[in-house]
Ligand binder design. Structure first.
Ligand SMILES: *Cc1c(COP(=O)(O)O)cnc(C)c1O
Length: 466
């Protein structure tokens, strides 16, 4: 029997991998998780140490997709997903000083770590949907990085139309052009006259009622609540740990965090047997997670714009997956907690909080400190960091504990994606786009601008589906 996935809230039917790939949010409002986690023994970890990135990805992912994707197909999909990354290592690990390292996750097509998941996701969709002879419609809202990564992942999918909503005039020029210059017929960019929250509200409302789609097609989610995205991100924690001496010594990771997706993948790597001492939750001024870990109060807050916009969030959706574990997989309890949280705030019990603190530490980094960090790192190491990564390295130093071994910060984006923050750091140097994007500002853009109105958006989508 194939691995089953169940909802954190316990009220939705269990699904296999194919089911969760196409489901997104569970019907009860919860998030899907595998019923059991695969575990690698010490000997197995040692044998994985010499693998290249695609081999390692195949090994780590195989147990999760058992029964849904056959054994010969997975390596092909993985190879195709990471073959185009512009660094031979796919996820190179660089040494910054005696104890600090950088895991570079920005060598994919859109220059952010989201390519690791979305390149694979697009290929998984196409494989599964071709076999089922089905077409689906992907719909997502973006404040920048997710949209371009999802579009790049799905631009060649035969079975998929993708509609990405971005707030008109409120994403950076680089980010918008990375989406709107993709000339594939199945890619549809919509600028909404509104802000990011408006875009997200339109997407949410559409998932509640997808009858507006032609031929009975269904909507599929590509935001980080999709289990397959988390799964793909587990791989690079193993890869980085092996590069700095694991599994013979335990390692530590600092993760610039917004929706808790990326760092949750690190937590899963730990549970799957990878020795990790410390996972640093690195936040900008939108510090809902840092406050949670320091005070036990998990409370929604209004979003404030920062120099690291991909981490500007008011709640961290994937945190629910960690809560599920911390409360001993008690779905009924999670259900009532999340209902209480929808009113604005919950408080974690002492024992749950202290359990979380055995693995997690946290720090909150201001815009000013971010600029200072970009500058200091440039002067000390010659590395030009993007603002999200700079939050990671700064938090890493703040949270490092003696004798715990190497600290790896996840470099989540290329600095050229966020030139504003780099300019504010006053280095007298501008980050350059890599060669495959050097003509980005000469390419033709294609998008339509629509009012913030559900029926208008639905009519547009129905008309533009291939
Ligand atoms: C999305 C993103 C993050 C935050 O990742 P989460 O999985 O939401 O925690 C951090 N940095 C960059 C550059 C991103 O694009």
């Amino acid at each position: 029997m194939s691995l089953q996935y169940r909802s954190t809230r316990g009220q939705a039917p269990a699904l296999d991998f194919e089911g969760v790939l196409l489901a997104g949010l569970a019907r009860d409002g919860g998030l899907y998780l595998p019923e059991t986690l695969p575990h690698f023994s010490y000997a197995e970890l040692q044998s994985m140490r010499g693998m290249n990135y695609p081999e390692l990805a195949t090994t780590v992912i195989a147990p999760f997709i058992e029964g849904s994707i056959d054994r010969e197909t997975l390596p092909q999909l993985v190879e195709a997903s990471y073959g185009d990354f512009r660094h031979q290592a796919v996820a190179p690990v660089k040494q910054l000083d005696h104890e600090q390292w950088l895991l570079e996750l920005f060598h994919g097509p859109t220059l952010a770590f989201k390519d690791f998941a979305l390149q694979l996701l697009g290929r998984l969709f196409d494989h599964v949907l071709t076999r089922r002879a089905e077409r689906v419609v992907i719909m997502g809202a973006t404040s920048g990085d997710t949209g371009s990564a999802a579009i790049e992942g799905c631009r060649n999918c035969e079975q998929v139309d993708i509609f990405i909503l971005h707030p008109d005039g409120r994403v950076s020029d680089v980010q918008r052009r990375q989406m709107t210059t993709v000339q594939s017929a199945n890619v549809h960019n919509i600028a909404i006259r509104g802000n990011f929250d408006d875009c997200q509200a339109l997407v949410k409302a559409s998932f509640m009622a997808d009858a507006f789609l032609p031929d009975g097609r269904s909507l599929v989610a590509v935001n980080s609540i999709n289990w397959a995205r988390i799964m793909a991100q587990i791989v690079y924690y193993f890869y980085a740990a092996f590069a700095v001496g694991g599994p013979d010594r335990a390692v530590n990771f600092s993760v610039p965090t917004g929706n808790f997706g990326d760092i949750y993948a690190g937590y899963l790597a730990h549970r799957m047997g990878l020795p990790i001492n410390n996972l640093v939750i690195a936040t900008n001024r939108n510090d809902v997670l840092h406050r949670m870990l320091t005070t036990g109060s998990y409370a929604r807050q209004p979003i404030e714009a920062s120099l690291s916009p991909s981490m500007d969030i008011s709640i961290s959706s994937n945190f629910e997956r960690l809560l599920f574990d911390l409360y001993d997989c008690d779905a009924a309890h999670i259900n009532s907690l999340m209902t209480a949280f929808s009113q604005g705030e919950i408080n974690l019990s002492e024992s749950v909080l202290s359990r979380a603190k055995t693995l997690f530490t946290s720090a909150c980094v201001s815009d000013e400190e971010t600029c200072h960090e970009i500058r200091t790192m440039w002067e000390k190491t010659g590395e030009l960091l993007d603002p999200h990564t700079a939050i990671g390295t700064r938090a890493a130093r703040q949270c490092m504990r003696d004798g715990e071994g190497p600290m790896v910060t996840l470099a989540t984006a290329h600095p050229a994606k966020f030139p504003l923050a780099v300019a504010k750091a006053n280095l007298g140097k501008e980050p350059e786009l890599p060669s495959h994007l050097s003509d980005l500002f000469d390419r033709e853009e294609r998008f339509d601008t629509l009012d913030n109105d559900l029926l208008t958006v639905h009519a547009y989508m129905a008309e533009h589906c291939l």
